[in-house]
Design a protein around this ligand. Sequence first.
Ligand code: CMP
Length: 174
Amino acid sequence: MEFDQPGDSLPFHDADEASTDAGAPVLSRGARIRHLQRVPLFTGFDEPELRRVAALARIVESPAGTVVTQIGEPGESFFIIIDGTVAVRTPVGAGGEMHPGDFFGEMSLLDGEPRSATVVATTDLRLLVVDRSHFWRLLEETPDLVGRILTILSRRVRQLEQTLQTILRGSNAT
Ligand code: CMP
């Protein structure tokens, strides 16, 4: 089951975030830019760059317990955490937690394969969501973001290699 935009808003809104009748937040341009300015992945981005990101993404909120990505399911979106925490469960076990500024969901958009892990909200979440149709354009229009994403992906590969090495050493020792 892929993530759906929830109808309910959660209790962390700024004063200029009006609500629709259904309670879903309608963010002013200023409020959206302010949320993006708080995301470490966008540190150093100037206002035109943040505006480009804001134009290609939406901000959604989701309660604790939401399954944001489900392993084996098709993936349609890329996520950057603005507020909240998620837990990652990979086929080889727990993949740790992610916090504001962390991103996930890029793998299915990059290679077209099903979700590689299940990602669950462990707190209420505010996410920046980039849909498949805008993902490549976002990367083209924000080269700094590409560099940062690649750096973090490289770190994740190293961590996995270290985990694998630890597991193999343990099995060789028995
Ligand atoms: P995707 O496969 O699209 O959906 C699940 C996401 O979980 C995946 O993209 C990555 O962003 C993330 N993910 C998968 N494996 C790991 C891991 N070992 N550590 C951290 N994040 C992961």
